[in-house]
Design a protein around this ligand. Structure first.
Ligand code: PMP
Length: 359
């Protein structure tokens, strides 16, 4: 008889947590991340709330998988040869993932980003060997937008690719081949629902498609959306695309259009939840306090969504989500009293957790 996910977790000897796998190089360390059962939230909901710890990828985020996916795909299709150049427009985790993989594979890495980004991000990318071009932060429609500049730079350069994370489906494919099957195996095929937020849509569509295929359509796939994104209203209204309005403190998620990575999979999404920043911040601090998890805001939003979905689906279910990255890249904001106040979120931190607001 198949044991429950909770029983499978309990049955693991503690020593298992300390066993290690041997891998080949940085790239070998990408993927096969642990699935963490969130204990307090599982007990509270009567469900198993399980979260894929993508912050444990060697570059520190879920985007390591996509970075390797798009580079491997270009290599296999003969578009990128030894000594080649990888170009992307990105301000965050994708650039960091690409810079790591490029170093490990011997490629030149060129990143275009809006000049509104923090100096820390520019410094980190440069420390990882990337060439960084901060360009004026203009709208997507403007040809000087950082994405178009990245595309144009690669177009004129021999043996260079523009990785185009939003519309290059090698991104979702990486999650279809790895993240989805890993969750299936780690839950022993007992995963009733998967929910996460989207930036490019690669994680949701790739993982969701794999889980739907493996479960013969039984695993529900839901989308979690921050303020300022149009996907919640798109899915809830049965496909009406509205203008973007509003904003969120979360980074790396929220979308104004149906990317190629979401593509036709969007029709298979079972539902969407809108998660306000107040709930995200409260969960961020709660997960630190109860589980010792130090997470970025998109991870906290995903966990809020998983808990809300558990309440909708009822006890006894297994709900999987993603811990996208750690708080290290955002700590000067997320743990700063001044910053929380500037966003009107100081009261979102529960009174007994205010001791963690140390900056
Ligand atoms: N969380 C963070 C912190 C991210 O950087 C990203 C990628 N933009 C996501 C979530 C969303 O992942 P995806 O692009 O696969 O939708």
């Amino acid at each position: 008889m198949m044991q429950s996910v909770a029983a499978a977790f309990r049955a693991r000897p503690l020593a298992r947590a300390f066993t290690s796998r041997s891998v080949d190089g940085f790239v070998g360390g990408i993927g096969s991340t642990p699935l963490i059962r969130l204990q307090k939230l599982s007990e509270q909901t009567g469900c198993d709330i399980v979260a894929k710890s993508e912050l444990q990828n060697p570059g520190g985020s879920v985007k390591d998988r996509a970075a390797l996916g798009v580079i491997r795909d270009a290599e296999e299709r003969g578009l990128l040869k030894p000594g080649g150049t990888v170009v992307e427009g990105t301000a965050g985790n994708t650039g960091i993932g690409l810079a790591h993989v490029c170093r490990a594979r011997g490629y030149r890495c060129v990143i275009f980003m809006p000049d509104t980004q923090s100096q820390e991000k520019i410094d980190l990318l440069r420390m990882l060997g990337a060439e960084v071009y901060p360009v004026p932060a203009v709208a997507y429609e403007n040809p000087k937008n950082y994405n178009h500049q990245a595309r144009d730079f690669a177009k004129d350069l021999p043996n260079a690719i523009w990785t185009d994370q939003f519309d290059n489906t090698a991104n979702a494919e990486a999650h279809y081949r790895t993240t989805g099957p890993e969750i299936w195996e780690q839950t022993q095929g007992k995963v009733d629902a998967f929910i996460c937020a989207t930036g490019t849509g690669g994680t949701l569509a790739g993982t969701g498609r794999a889980l739907k295929e493996k479960s013969n359509g039984k695993t529900q796939v839901w989308l979690a959306d921050p303020p300022g994104s149009v996907l919640y209203s798109y899915i809830s209204s049965g496909g009406k695309l509205t203008e973007r309005s509003g904003s969120s403190i979360t980074e790396g998620i929220g979308q104004g259009r149906i990317t190629n990575n979401l593509g036709t999979f969007v029709k298979n999404i079972d539902g969407a939840l809108h998660i306000p920043d107040e709930k995200t911040i409260a969960m961020l601090y709660d997960l630190l306090d109860t589980e010792g998890l130090y997470l970025g805001a998109s991870s906290a939003l995903n966990v809020v969504a998983a808990v809300e979905l558990a309440k909708k689906l009822g006890p006894g279910k297994t709900i999987a989500t993603i811990l996208c990255d750690g708080a290290y890249r955002y700590q000067s904001r997320l743990f700063s009293k001044k910053w929380l106040q500037s966003k009107g979120l100081e009261n979102a931190v529960p009174e007994h957790l205010k001791k963690y607001v140390v900056l």
